[in-house]
Design a protein around this ligand. Structure first.
Ligand code: GBH
Length: 461
């Protein structure tokens, strides 16, 4: 193997508050839209919810120990807005108990040599804000409330946290939450999700402005956003399918990344969506442009793209994992949307660097091995498919950095623990650690050992 990753390369794990914390009413927390959604019959595959999850609100010490023993340099977690400001709004009370609790936890990370990277919004909007004025649909209100929440976090945690992510995957928040309705708050509409996506961008940008102007000078950190994207590979060399792959990327990624890194929406998206795509005011776009210090990327798979279909949300393209010759692109995961294809990861990293010229943090990457929902623990921990996935993806990462010169600064495996996998409930497991949800016993899988060995071998000392 050619070279190594640079000595300051950060690797570790990612999680999110609603997926691991549990304790929905502890220390003054009020419901988020995911509490409401998961308690609505029919929304979650196994009828479950995040009431207990990994019980990390109590067992965070075990999580820190798992991280420490794994050798991880960084941990990406998210704050629960409805813990910090239970009702969410700018005139609502700040919850000192939650702040104290999070500070203990972050201090434990720092003491153990693990760098905390905090996501402000990983999908759990305070229910009160949704009820009060429509949540993400109401730009005037939500931008001010989100910026107030962000400021609160910078103020109370910014001495310890130097790396901030404003939003996790605005595509999922908008399209799945307000377009197809498979995620909270479960709206189905072909207009709302464009508005929400726009408001997420504006809220992100004003939070970044507040950080840069009011906190960065004394705290000295960095701030950016995490977007999700699969590599989109034309199904074949036909001009229609090559164009379809470009359209697919514009609808999935460009409509967030282009305003942020270039200052305008992709032309093809404007053309197809017309008036339903809200325009930025001059002041807004000036704030949105250059509002991310890095490119935060969540990526799991590669999709083969064909022209056609009338699914406007994805730019009228069709996705498949079956090649023209009938073979599958890669190893199938437990979930239908994921197959392993490491070369696509390398292509995506190259594409992002060429297109946006920002250092990249891979803020999530991982695999749900088949059958972990039913197999006994001694078999689940032999997670060969996940190990093979990480072998392939870490090798692709190494080549992208050492052979192609892409400046990837960090890599976060999803996830430290099996956890509440949103609409799949506990049926889908992404953890490198098995969680027995009846006893909360944690058992590391072989993939945990794989990453624990791989990074020290491939990072310069
Ligand atoms: C990430 O989303 C999330 O950030 C994380 O919380 C989650 O646990 C992890 O992935 C694993 O899923 O698009 O209608 O077919 C990745 C993007 C969005 C991909 C939802 C799968 C399934 C529903 N994911 N999508 S749909």
């Amino acid at each position: 193997m050619s070279g190594k990753l640079p000595s300051d390369f950060l690797w570790g794990y990612a999680t999110a508050s609603y997926q691991i914390e549990g304790s929905p009413t502890a220390d003054g927390r009020l419901p988020s839209i995911w509490d409401t959604f998961s308690h609505t019959p029919g929304k979650i595959k196994d009828g479950s919810n995040g009431d207990v999850a990994c019980d990390s609100w109590h067992r965070w010490g075990e999580d820190v120990a798992l991280l420490k023993f794994s050798g991880a340099k960084v941990y990406r977690f998210s704050f629960s807005w409805s813990r910090i400001i239970p009702e969410g709004g700018r005139d609502d009370l700040i919850n000192a108990d939650a702040i104290e609790h999070y500070r203990y936890f972050i201090e434990a990370l720092v003491k153990n040599g693990i760098k905390p990277i905090a996501t402000l919004y990983h999908w759990d909007l305070p229910q009160t804000l949704h009820d009060r004025y429509g949540g993400w649909l109401n730009k005037e209100e939500i931008v001010q409330d989100y910026v107030n929440y962000a400021r609160t976090c910078f103020r109370y945690f910014g001495d310890l946290v130097k790396d901030w992510i404003t939003h996790n995957e605005p595509w999922c928040v908008s399209v799945l939450g307000y377009g197809t309705g498979v995620f909270a708050p479960g709206h189905k509409s072909d207009t709302e999700h464009w508005i929400v996506a726009h408001n997420l961008l504006v809220a992100h940008a004003y939070a970044v402005k507040a950080y840069r102007e009011e906190f960065k000078p004394s705290q000295g950190g960095q701030i950016g956003i995490t977007l999700d994207c699969s590599w989109q590979m034309p199904y074949d060399n036909s001009p229609e399918n090559v164009a379809a792959a470009q359209r697919g990327i514009a609808f999935k990624l460009g409509r967030f990344a282009d305003p942020i890194y270039k200052g305008y929406y992709p032309a093809i998206v404007k053309e197809m969506i017309g008036d339903r795509l809200p325009d930025f005011t001059e002041e807004e776009i000036a704030v949105v442009k250059d509002s991310s210090d890095f490119f935060g990327l969540n990526t799991y798979t590669t999709q083969l793209v064909q022209d056609g279909g009338d699914n406007e949300i994805q730019g009228n393209v069709k996705y498949t994992f079956t090649r023209p010759d009938g073979t599958q692109l890669g190893k199938q995961a437990h979930v239908p949307w994921l197959q392993s294809y490491p070369p696509g990861f390398r292509s995506l990293l190259n594409y992002l660097w060429e297109t946006y010229k920002k250092p990249i943090y891979v803020t999530e990457n991982g695999f749900a091995a088949k059958g972990e929902n039913v197999l006994p623990v001694d078999q689940v921990v032999k997670d060969t498919d996940r190990v093979e996935y990480f072998q392939g993806y870490t090798d692709a990462l190494l080549r992208a950095v050492t052979e192609d010169g892409v400046p990837v600064k960090g890599y976060f495996a999803w996830s430290l623990l099996d956890n509440f996998e949103w609409a799949d409930g506990y049926d889908t497991r992404f953890g490198v650690t098995y969680v027995d949800f009846k006893t909360q016993r944690r058992t590391t899988k072989e993939s945990y050992q794989f990453l624990r060995n791989w990074f020290p071998e491939h990072v310069e000392t």
